[in-house]
Ligand binder design. Structure first.
Ligand SMILES: [Zn+2]
Length: 210
């Protein structure tokens, strides 16, 4: 079985959303200081690195990350090559020849090259799904959309695509590292932490070759 880890490594210098504090890691105790055990303490934005958005992120009062359906987060997924596309509009998605019935769609864009240096300054010009693209995904029965930068939506159009997708119970996985992944069918596993009342959570995401 070949497993591809498509998760970003969490560390202090990992690029984060503008204005967000960076990841903080410290030690509550450390064997280097003569203590019995080493215990790390971490604080971070739940939208750090590879993570899942819950409806609550943009829709007040809606469901939170610990209640997301695992049946959606685990299952067959299609990786499509969109490296020549600058904005994931409805027309752009329609051009990718996505087979009907695709429920989990992971979009490989030029964004993934940014992960060659995951300490890079936040890149506002990343490729995202606009409102027309979000509606296309909903209309075509996509239940999970995975993208390779820190937001599903373009930086100049953050709210409408999120609201459309989350309002239609489409699970959004952001911050995937799809470098070196060949387009095609895989088994996808993405498990966010079970954090009560949270609008999102870091997750481990893998692709298994079928
Ligand atoms: Zn997010």
């Amino acid at each position: 079985m070949t497993i591809h880890d498509i998760t970003l490594t969490i560390h202090r210098s990992l690029v984060v959303w503008p204005m967000s504090p960076t990841v903080a890691l410290s030690h509550l105790s450390h064997q280097a200081k003569g203590e019995d055990a080493t215990v790390t303490y971490m604080s971070l934005n739940v939208h750090t690195g590879t993570h899942v958005d819950a409806p609550r992120h943009f829709l007040a009062g809606q469901s939170t990350v610990e209640t997301l359906d695992l049946d959606v987060l685990v299952g067959p997924a299609l990786v499509v090559d969109a490296r020549s596309i600058e904005r994931l509009t409805a027309d752009a998605l329609a051009s990718l020849n996505i087979p009907p019935g695709t429920e989990r769609l992971l979009v490989l864009t030029r964004n993934s090259e940014l992960w060659n240096d995951n300490t890079h300054p936040f890149a506002e010009d990343y490729v995202g799904v606009d409102a027309s693209g979000a509606q296309w995904l909903i209309d075509n029965g996509v239940r999970l959309i995975g993208v390779d930068y820190l937001s599903v939506a373009p930086y100049d159009e953050l709210e409408p695509p999120h609201t459309l997708l989350l309002g239609a119970d489409v699970v959004i996985v952001e911050g995937l590292d799809l470098r070196g992944i060949k387009p095609g069918e895989y088994q996808f596993v993405c498990l966010p932490l079970k954090i009560a009342d949270s609008d999102g959570s870091p997750a481990r995401a893998i692709l298994i070759e079928t």
